[in-house]
Design a protein around this ligand. Sequence first.
Ligand code: AHR
Length: 509
Amino acid sequence: MKQAILHIDKHFLLGEVDKRIYGSFAEHLGRCVYGGIYQPGQATADEFGFRQDVLSLVRELGVPVVRYPGGNFVSGYYWEDGVGPRDLRPSKAELAWGVIETNRFGTDEFAAWCRQAGAQPMMAVNLGTRGIADAKNLLEYCNFKEGTHYSDMRIQNGSRQPHDIKLWCLGNEMDGPWQIGRKTAYEYGRLAAETSRVMKTLDPDIETVACGSSFWQMPGFGKWESDVLSECYDTVDYLSLHQYYGNRENNTPDYLASNIAMDRFIGEVVSICDAEKAKARSQKTIHLSFDEWNVWYHSNDQKAERWSVAPRQLEDVYNFEDALLAGSMLITLLRHSDRVKIACMAQLVNVIAPIMTSDAAAWKQTIFFPFAYTSRYGRGTALQSAVDAPVYETKNLGEVPVLDIVPVWDGEAETLTLFAVNKDLAEDVTLRCDLRQFGDYRIIEHIVLTHDDMKVVNTEISPETVSPRAAGRSSAENGALTAVLGKHSWNMVRLGKSGRKEQVFIECQ
Ligand code: AHR
């Protein structure tokens, strides 16, 4: 059997895990909102039209923050269309996705839905077709207590208390040729700086996210980040990253290595941010918001009828190997806990999502599981680690380790949790780690997600084909951890003073 050694030290801290790295994203796109989170008349929907079957899965998934309303959608969005009496709300041609937007769901519904989900809203403003004034008006609508045009409008629309939204995205993917109102880096950097400054004048407690490149392969990647930050470094708090992966060449070993590209991408953006910090002679550090990440390719050929309402779009059905990569991407985010403070799996329901719905039911896609466990137990401090593990050769990334692994230590609860993916398709790997420094830690549980068929999926009629089991082979005796990480498996090994316990799923937003 292959062998690996993990070296950790509880004094070598990488960074506090910000729970907002377990965020999600709900765009007005396809059936994410309509038929996903909102479907009046559906059997489980409450009086607001919020599907309770979906909400209960969203709570189990554990998403402390949800980005909204886009995505590409936001660049043509008039938020005023989505507030007030529903009968008066206009239907409009939505250019980003070529559909009709009915505006039955809008800002107030989203804020109310977030309260039920136990999540904090992360609101995006339209910097495509609109600008500073409209961003300020939306902020006033959401956060100003009372006595102004927009705050009183919110109260009249039924929300006495402010929505108190603290996290704001300054547009979306503004370098993309597909983006409505695309900008040059200079145009966008200036607009982001002024929008952020004006918004913070109205509410100094908010944080803002400037758009980085739409994805790593964009021809302007690197220069875009520098040019944008050189205009807005002082007024924004985060820079965004977006990236999707897919097994388009049906080369599973290479596909499973994609998160190593994500690791490198994050490292590069950190370097650019710090170069701008040096140039500006600034004391301030820009942190990262990886606010769109996932697998996206299964639905590439899905066609929606033009100008229809909430058609099926981007409905990727995820298989088992996608769950392994999603687990590895979460490990990558944790490995950058010092700089990645926000991340959003894109998206939440139906559209490239961990949760799928029909009119009758809601179920978990394969990628749901690594996310739910990592969100629930990956809280505390990520530790630095060195791993001696076997490697394999890939076409695009060279040699990569067969194991992805990150330790998360919760000093208060006295637990150490290892998240690990074994990408070897043929062999188990035995992992050893010297834990004597932690005291008498025992195994609490070792949860495994694996399947013989890399392409198997969960469906409405067979929703648990891929699901985790507490079947891990691991032991911790006298400070020596031995864990067998089965071939092609995602693993969570939890250790603590108290030893083996029943697995408990707790709410932890
Ligand atoms: O998540 C789907 C789309 O991907 C988003 O609208 C856009 O921001 C990105 O290109």
